[in-house]
Design a protein. Sequence first.
Length: 102
Amino acid sequence: MRVNWWDHRKRFKEITRDVQGITDKSLSKELKLLQANKLVIREVKTVIPATVQYMATEHGRSVNEVLYALWDGALLIVKKSLKDEVKLFGDFLMLPTDKTVT
């Protein structure tokens, strides 16, 4: 799944809506790792109520382009290898329940 929040600031709850299937605790941990690796900037605004926003660094955006290319390549490989057995729903693969991808 492509997450397109790299080019502008997003609040934590906006990211949780975009990245489904992850708990708030896990997302918070991943954002801290991204920040530690200088891929994401965390900005705290001292207004009432305080808000926290995240934005990708220039390095983070460049890494994101590589990840998109890898994802697109993986989709092509899966589509070719499974042919008619796989359906795409946006960027999600819908595999038959009796098939596994190795």
